[in-house]
Design a protein around this ligand. Sequence first.
Ligand code: CDP
Length: 783
Amino acid sequence: MSIQTKPLHSVGVHMKRKEDPRFIQGKGHYIDDLSFPGMLYLSLVRSTYPHAEITNIDISEAMKVPGVKAVITGKDLEAAGLGWLPTFHGFDKQMVLAIGKVLFQYQEVAAVFAETRAAAVDGAEAVQVDYAPLPVVADPFASKTDKTLLRPDRESKTNHIFHWEVGDKEGTARAMASSPKRIKQRLWFQRCHPAPLEPCGCVAYFDTMGRLQFHVTSQAPHVYRTALSLVTGIPEDKIHVMSPDLGGGFGNKVPVYPGYVCAIVGALKIGRPVKWIETRTENLTSTGFARDYHMDVEIGATADGKVTALHVATTADHGAFDAAADPSKYPAGIFGIVTGSYSFPVAHAEVDAYFTNKAPGGIAYRCSFRVTEASYAIERGMDILADELGMDAVELRKKNFIRKDQFPYPSALGFTYDSGDYHKTLDVALEKIGYTGLLKEQAEKRARGELMGIGFSTFTEVVGAGPSKHFDILGIKMFDSAEIRIHPTGAGIVRTGTKSQGQGHETTWAQIVAEELGLDPQTIMVEEGDTDTAPYGLGTYASRSTPVAGAAITMAARRIREKARKIAAHLLEVGEGDVEWIDYKFQVKGVPAKTVTMKEVAFAAYTNMAQNEPGLEATYYYDPPNMTYPNGAYVAVVDIDRETGETKVRRFVAVDDCGVVINPMIVEGQIHGGLTEGFAMAFIQEIQYDAQGNNLNTNFTDYLVPTSLETPHWETGNTVTPSPHHPMGAKGVGESPNVGSPAAFVNAVIDALSPLGVRHLDMPLTRDKVWRAIRDAEVKKKA
Ligand code: CDP
């Protein structure tokens, strides 16, 4: 490979293993805190054009910048066979550095390595790139018809990426045609960004054994190790991936990004550690966006409000590369959950995805791969149907809910919902919000011309990817794993293939072990994120940790308990069959006075094990038999200022059912965080592009993140319907509030505006947009 470097007088600085920092989970060790002797900094040159040929790259000025050591271009990488990166679901590939042309603004064009961060940035600015602009395709509808072929590198010479469908097409069309009532509405779930507080970053170096030590902000460290091995050809045993504490992830830290590959290539070629830390602008413009689904929702119903059919046709904007982080078999993720909490006799969903000159992504932003879009579609659709029927939104929902006695419920789109009691969850929410009183208040306010709205979202989720017969990434099945070691004193360590980004696994994993083994949770250490020590797992996203790794921990603990039973029998001087586990202790059957604790058994496992194998540890790889189906009933109450269009969320009640709760405080925290993100998407956030493909939201002054001043007060509650197939009865919860809340906010705003004849507005419902809708309605009324 022709890497262009300055004389590398200082090359040859290698790390000794003892200099490796050891991360202690939850202690605040972030990538940017890492420093190694001789470490270089990487800065990426990025495209100013959304679509253009690269006619020349001149690095001579960059090489003169003091401190700059090397510059790499796409051609250099291509020559080394590293020009392209496979995307996770395997349908497409992505340029590491632009080769021949750029396809979106801020695309990575060249990599500059320097002694300091400032020198790397100066060097990147000094790289002269000449572009010849090409026509820009800025939206997926234009992409359908535009003659401009964006990806001539692909075999199929079209901008259409895929067509995916599920359900009964003809049956749905027939049922729809014969339905007395029908609604049809286009809904756009706008392009958003997870915007974690800490952007992406890494430090890469090769140790004295020639082994890649890779510290990286990854939600899925093991998958990274495998992917890096496949891309670079470095044997997997020569790659050590470590993911320290992460300042949020929300799906943004699942894909492998070009900056990571460049850092590794730089470390290999220059022979020094390389650090790459994204800026906020780089994070917002080039790493994993979310959503961007245009959904035509059609619902059929009887005159008295029983749903008869659902059809959803989606046009998806995937940007320049199909880097959506979906399982291989699911190009549109788990969009099939779009029938929601309702008993549709027949349904059909289809998604067509297109390339555009925008950043790639389509990541699962706190969402099981397009579940948020699906939930928004059905929950908005039900409100529009209620409006059409002149029916109360609650009455319509209750009439069509899957009943408690119908579980396990086979949905029209192929899922088997495990459990739920939707009527109960909604009743708890109605009671908490005081629905009857609110309706009275609303009627009075409407009579005075005031705009008050009540909005519902009674969503069903599908989390816990997933059963190996359906789910994989790069072909690797989506199981997860746990290894538990109990030490002689009864303290222990649990390691899993997941990776917390602030969800509190350090607490809940220790609680599961403690609960299953009768030990003190304070003495159970939790370690995740190190591929040298953790058993192989697919990582943390899509609320899969509790349904999959949580189950693996439970099963591993139960394996330990089985072994411990043998030792307990020896200590109690009875046969194994005479020992039972009661009240967190082993007891001789029928003799409550003869007991032995797990702590005593642990000591004996190393000191007095008789014929039993020494030690007390177990590993379990859990392949879930089904997904889990948490649900929720959310109610928003809003007041809108008629003169300014300002919406005030006066109250928000969220009642969630995630089965058995491990830690109520952590679940409450998850709900608060997710609701705040849902609020942001509903009212303020959108990654916008102009018609020329320029990104208009490149930092936090344009892409707003709500502070405590804007964020409403959240009122929470829960119901408990255990999952019948999860060993603890738990379901995932992390993404529920993000998935469920946008529709509640929008439904409330539209309910407030409905006396003016407003039927739908797309998110974000900014003050400006709402004010215009009010003004237009008033102008229309006067005309
Ligand atoms: O995969 P991720 O950790 O993001 O999502 P999750 O499995 O829904 O868990 C989020 C946090 O809530 C974890 O600390 C869980 O252990 C906790 N949780 C809980 O305490 N009880 C539940 N039923 C579900 C999650």
